[in-house]
Design a protein around this ligand. Structure first.
Ligand code: ADP
Ligand code: MG
Length: 333
């Protein structure tokens, strides 16, 4: 009460506590999607420099983690699969450590070693033909998070089987959004949003507001559930809305069950809110693969995290919301 009174008084004496902040927006293509940065800064020069630095950080993370670029650090690591431990960058080690933690907790529902299987499904999407069973079996034999050995002290990674391929497509964008916010913070910008497609991270709220208003992508015919209002948080949505393949009337998601090597069936969308993008992004796959019954307790064991899942039930959509999922606010007309 007293401190509130003092800050009100101080603001009154000084005119306004903060310099007037203006909204700036920037977009650039990175990591196979569009990254959008919305930030509040005192002037255009500050805004531009900060955004340019944040995009440069995202580009450098892509050079580490891309699986489309054979020269990325990740691909160079995979080229040594079956060999001795390989020293890696702090960034790659951090993301792989988090990935291993989520794999362990989820019993392998999230598993970045799905690379060889993901590659076959990407081909299936292009050709509208299911992966060849023999090739799929061979790819599945290379999947298993237990075959990744991390040595924290030496900061090395060892991939135990020749042919292993890591795929960070289910975690890298959330991490990149976190890192972009950190760069903006270094420039003194603490009210910002970074969106990488369905992976969003936000710092402080826009001036005079309670938070960033964020819509959740809906499935066809689903009623708009309203807006999240968030600050210092991350939200990721993942599902089969955009990336899927339909073969013989069955719709396979780009999310793979690492235990079967098959793209998930049945329409669904999973939204996780967490403190950090790296958590929100990876946890969506956990709930998609395990389902809400087993997935929700895992999400809620991550501090500050909650999940909303919509899945097909006959002709209807079934919505399941965990208790820590933030309130959804009605859309203003
Ligand atoms: P995006 O953010 O690009 O929409 P998602 O966050 O939905 O992607 O993650 C899906 C991607 O994660 C897939 O394209 C694939 O690269 C990878 N992936 C698929 N299944 C799994 C899984 N079970 N565990 C970890 N990564 C996965
Ligand atoms: Mg994602």
């Amino acid at each position: 009460m007293l401190s509130h009174f003092i800050s009100v008084l101080a603001a009154a004496l000084l005119g306004s506590g903060e310099p007037t902040l203006k909204r700036y927006e920037f977009t650039e293509p990175h990591m196979g999607t569009r990254f959008r940065i919305v930030l509040y800064a005192p002037d255009q020069d500050t805004a531009r420099k900060a955004a340019a630095d944040a995009f440069a950080r995202i580009a450098s993370l892509n050079a580490i983690m891309s699986d489309y670029d054979n020269t990325s650090e990740l691909m160079r690591l995979c080229a040594q699969a079956g060999g001795p431990p390989v020293p890696v960058s702090a960034e790659l080690f951090f993301v792989l450590s988090k990935a291993q933690e989520v794999s362990r907790q989820s019993g392998g529902a999230f598993d970045v070693t799905v690379g060889p299987v993901v590659k076959l499904w990407r081909l299936a999407r292009k050709r509208h033909k299911l992966p060849d069973p023999d090739k799929l079996a061979a790819a599945r034999a290379l999947v298993g998070w237990q075959n990744v050995r991390l040595d924290q002290a030496k900061r090395t990674v060892q991939l135990l089987k020749t042919g292993m391929q890591l795929d960070l497509g289910g975690i890298a964008k959330g991490y990149a959004a976190d890192e972009a916010l950190a760069v903006l913070q270094k420039h003194g910008i603490d009210r910002a949003l970074v969106a990488a497609g369905g992976d969003i991270a936000v710092s402080g709220p826009p001036p005079e507001t309670d938070g960033w208003k964020i819509a959740i992508a809906t499935l066809p015919g689903e009623k708009d559930p309203g807006r999240l209002i968030l600050h210092h948080a991350a939200v990721s949505t993942s599902g089969d809305a955009e990336q899927f393949v339909e073969i013989d009337g069955k719709r396979y998601s780009h999310i793979i069950d690492p235990r079967t090597g098959i793209g998930l069936l049945g329409r669904m969308s999973v939204t996780v809110v967490a403190r950090r993008g790296i958590d929100a992004d990876s946890l969506t796959k956990v709930v998609a693969v395990l389902g809400p019954e087993k997935g929700i307790p895992l999400v809620e064991s991550c501090q500050g995290a909650g999940v909303r899942m919509v899945r097909q039930k006959g002709e209807e959509w079934e919505t399941i919301i965990s208790k820590n999922f933030p309130k959804l606010h009605p859309v203003e007309k």
